[in-house]
Design a protein around this ligand. Sequence first.
Ligand code: BGC
Length: 472
Amino acid sequence: MKQLSITLLSAAILPLAIVQAQTCSAKYGQCGGVGWTGPTCCPAGWTCQQQGNNIYYSQCLPGTGSSSSSSSQTSTTTRSSSSTTSSSASTTLTSTTSTSTSPTSTPSSGTGNDRNPYLGAQFYATPYYASEITTSINSFKAAGDSADAAKAAQVQSVGTAIWIDVAAKIPNITTYLDDALALQKSTGQIQAVTFVVYDLPDRDCAAAASNGEFTVANDGLTHYKAYIDGFHAAFAAHPDNRIICIIEPDSLGNLVTNLNVPKCSAAANTYKAGIAYAIQQLQFPNVALYLDAAHAGWLGWPANLQPAATLFSQVLQSAAPATIRGFSTNVANYNAFHAATPDPITQGSSTPDEESYIAALTPHLQALNVPANFVTDTGRNGVQGIRQAWGDWCNVKGAGFGVRPTTNTGVANVDAFLWVKPGGESDGTSNSSAARYDFHCGQSDAAQPAPEAGTWFDAYFQALVKNANPSL
Ligand code: BGC
């Protein structure tokens, strides 16, 4: 265990205990920012710090804090003892764990890409996300809304992915894996810990909101390889964890359709080399990799399917014999997995939802011998019919939490529904003078005012809770 003391509290008790004991904001809780009416002080040893140049959000962070940024995520000192349980638990691994108090995640043979990594495991719920949610529980309570406060508390036990979106968060990998391992030992249940690998040079090349720290011009590939080496070292030291990586959301999608954007064409070779390096370096018996395949409204169009499969195949060939488990879709997006009635914005598409997109892409992948297993982000797709255009992706108004993480997908080659984007973390700032302002975040179907990408958006989380479908 490194720098983490764990207090096991029940999911129901944790937020109440924190709220009753404090007059200041909680550790990692919001303590300031435009429109903030809550407490502005922090617990002893913690200080209230603005997140970079984001005037909408200040947060209680450890230490005296001369500066801070959205990259300062670390683990908290308390956690909920429960996490979401996979609904398909009848596997060999589960049988093994049920007789053991120290489950191991390492399969007896093969690689981590050979099997559905979520089977027989719980979806690891992070203490960090739980601490973010505490802010919103307090908001509900301050408004006298105890019913929604209780619903929000339920979300603290839902497993979400962990975004390693800057190199400064590499040490957090070890912290989370240690935490998950301790949980495995104390509960006898395997924890599936999902990371998002997200730091390519000139990241988010066709948009602005999630532009990253490395650039192609400034030797970004070398920096990126060092970042990947950080994952490698942490994974090598954790053979008993069950680990999943979602690799670089939107990146290859941009290379399929956005090469007309100079930043994307200039970054294309770096993206391919960086992703191939990541695949090569993250081959472990207990690690499964999913390459991001964008979503139905992006690569699902007939003209894009074959080029997408070809590009995926090329990247895999350059990483061979290293391989992947499959692909992620709908990451941080809002598409239905199975739309009973297609959303009007999908008109004209033969892939109006993720299920049909996956079905359309699968044969193209299979023809190229590319592994065709999938995970789909259902974190914010509970409500449909809320976007003006299919390309709208920023803090879409009216969204609700979707189906909770599960392996019960109903589709043979869909391993799991995941919450990859932690609902409540912003997609991008609506402040038009911010360096990372993207016009999508200022459109009328985008909730505003919105803080910087990745930082807590209390009002948005509250709406996700109220609009959750299935309800919380
Ligand atoms: C942001 C990341 C953040 C992630 C999860 C992305 O849109 O760019 O900084 O970690 O969302 O909230």
